[in-house]
Structures are given as structure tokens and as C-alpha cells.
Design a protein around this ligand. Sequence first.
Ligand SMILES: [Zn+2]
Length: 458
Amino acid sequence: MRTLIKNGTVVTATDQYQGDVLIEGEKITVIGTALDMAADTVIDATAKYVLPGGIDVHTHMDMPFGGTTSADDFETGTVAAAFGGTTSIVDFAIQYRGQTLHHAMETWAKKAEGRAVIDYGFHMIITELNDQVEGEMDALVRQGITSFKLFMAYPGVFMLDDASIFKALLRTGKNGGSICMHAENGGVIDVLVQRALAEGKTAPKYHALTRPARAEAEATHRAIALAEIADVPIYIVHLSSAEALAMVTEARDRGLPAFAETCPQYLFLSYENYEEPGFEGAKYVMSPPLRERAKQDSLWRGLAFNDLQCISTDHCPFCMKEQKELGTNDFSKIPNGAPGVETRMSLVYDGGVRPGRITLNRFVELTSTSPAKIFGLFPRKGTIAPGSDADIVVFDPNRTMTLSAKTLHMNVDYNPYEGRQVTGATDTVISRGNLVIENGTFVGRKGGGSFLKRGTRT
Ligand SMILES: [Zn+2]
């Protein structure tokens, strides 16, 4: 099976040139000009960009949370991802207290196998650490689950104490894995939440008002300090605030291997969304919450100057009907999360590259190359090169579309960007040599995605 992509502009994290790309089987085999090999499929990419497929290293498909389950499963969620130009996700398996990591891995493997239409890997969420679990961490690293997510928030559910966090960090120093941190001070936030509820403050906006940016900055600082003492790298997930970014920047300026991602919602939405009428603010209830619009420029600066290395989505959709509604009378019962896996590439291209906040190369780096490098997928994924997987997006930089829950493919009854116009859209998507999106139609196969056995950090 051969596919030839002709006449496009190939863009990677470092290059941009007119070129043709030949795919044989699952791999890119030849890149050149005026290639004329026979092919089963020829794609004309004139006036389009030919990009490495997007890699979203933060999704939650089919995830139980707050008495309900995120609305996309591994089929609907990966179809939506593909429509948006993403060809790999790294989702989160959860070890619940009293369970082994192995059990969690099997549970999540079953959720994804036979359903995902693009490739998928897992991070492992550890909610209880003991000697046996530490041993399992080593085993998981060998099996290609090479990153572990820990929580400094959600006491009693996900939160780990500092000693456990420190032990897990030390363990990754030996086994080559890495730690991803949800950095918010959960103890302080819980007190603020209880105080707000006692004062009768139940509306969605109090979700944001009880999770101050300083609580994120404090935890970010503490996470980095613990990693520094353990002498290992650390990756902060869904960094939302200028205050937390300052902690990462300070550490990086000292030469520490501190890394962080942000998400489109922190770049394009803001606290004002919580003040939309009625219960509408619930659409944006996620943790960390949306922040002040005035401080978003700091995040863009962080992206441009590499204090932030990745843009992921934290895709975790809950419908307004019957799911977000669980918190009608109590913001603390609104399931945390919002849809985003499908809109990431277009939003960041439209709002980042077009206004000149980041370059086209940096766009590719933030959405594909850098996540691949940090999470052990490079150079198999994250670039366009001979020998790399043929995960390719033909992207039209001039096509304008209107984002709407009616036309997007995520399995959720609203969209946080409803009505927003974006220029820059995915036309054709190839996953390991197979067409999955062709001219706006899904042509992939349920179960076509494979588990990604990831490498250790290099
Ligand atoms: Zn998350």
C-alpha cells in the first residue's frame, strides 16, 4: 500500500519546504521533489501544509469522575481527535486506592483496545504508593508506560502526600520513567470550597474563586523543589496561570529539567466565562480553572520562549444535561472537565500562528514534536522523516470554519468555543499509512489504533 502526497509545503519543528512525501505501508520512506513513483493513492496538497500528526498527551476518555463518566469513549474521542488533526493521544489510566497498577493498566487497555481509531498510550495515575506499587512502576516502564501522574489536589480521592510524591520521584531516577504533576494545593482549596458553600456561594463561578492562582503556583513550586531534591525531571500538567509559570521559568533559568504544558482553554477562554448567565458557567468548570484574560500574554510568552514545551487539551467532556447538572445547586459537584481534543490544532494555529505569537515551526513543535520527545515517542512520531510513522495531516491554512457542537464530533452537547470562527483546518489525516479523514469524512477503522509502547526519557 503506497500513498504519495504531492505539491505540499512540508513543515516540521525545524524545516519548511516544498516537497512530496511517499508512504509505504505504515512508514514514510521517501521525501523529495517531483516524486513520480506509482502509488495506490495520490493526495494533492497544493497550497496546503503537510504536518506531522498532532500528539495530545493529556486526554481522559471513558473516565469515571464525580459519579459519572467522561462523555467520549476511546472510539468517539479518537474519531474527534482525528478530525482535528491529532494522530496520537496519551490518556490516563487510574490506580484507585487498594488496587495494583497492573489492574489499572488492564482496565484501561480494555477500554481502548478495539475502539481507538488512532494510536494511544497511557500515563499511570498513582493514588497510593507502597513498596509493591514502587516495584510495579519499574515493570510498567519496561512495558512502555513510562510516565506517572501524581496529584497534589483532590484530597481523599487522588491526592498524594509529599513523602509519597518524593518517593515516586526518586523511583523514576532509577527506572527512567518520569513524573507528571497536577499542581494545585488541594488542602487549601478544600478549605476554601467548604467556606464558600457554608456562605451559600454555590454558583459555578465559585469553582474558580476557590482555586486561586497562588494555590497553583505554590504547588508548582513545591513539585519542582521536590524534583530538584530527588535530582529528576518534572513535568507540570495543564499549567494555567502566570503565577505558576513564573515558578517554572525560575527553575529553568537555574538549569533545572522542569517542563510544563498548557492547554488552549487557558489561552482562549478566561474567568469571565464563569459569569455567563444562569448555569452556563458550568461549561468551563475544570481544574485548574480559567484565569484572568490580562495574564494570558505571559502564557504566550512562555510558549514562544520554551518555558512551556507542549500544548495538550486535558480533554475531559461532560454533557450539560445530566452530567454538569449534577452541580446545579453546588459548584463542587459539577464534574470537572471540558471537551477540546478536536479543536486544539485549529485554535492554536488561528490564535497563535496567524497573529504572529508563535512561528509555524513552533506550532508543530508544541503540538507534536516536543510532546513526542518528552514522552518517549520520538522520532517514531512527532516529525516527517524517512523511517518515521506515516502520521500526517494535510492542513489548509486558509480554510475558515465556525466551531460548534453541532458540527464537531466530540460526544458532548456543548462546545466552550461555540460560534468562534477559526482559520486553519484539517483536510486529510493519515495514521500509520492509513487514511482516517478524507475531505472531511471519517474513513478510518474502529480499532485501527495501536497501543504505543513508549520509551524512557533520553
Ligand atoms: Zn487531566
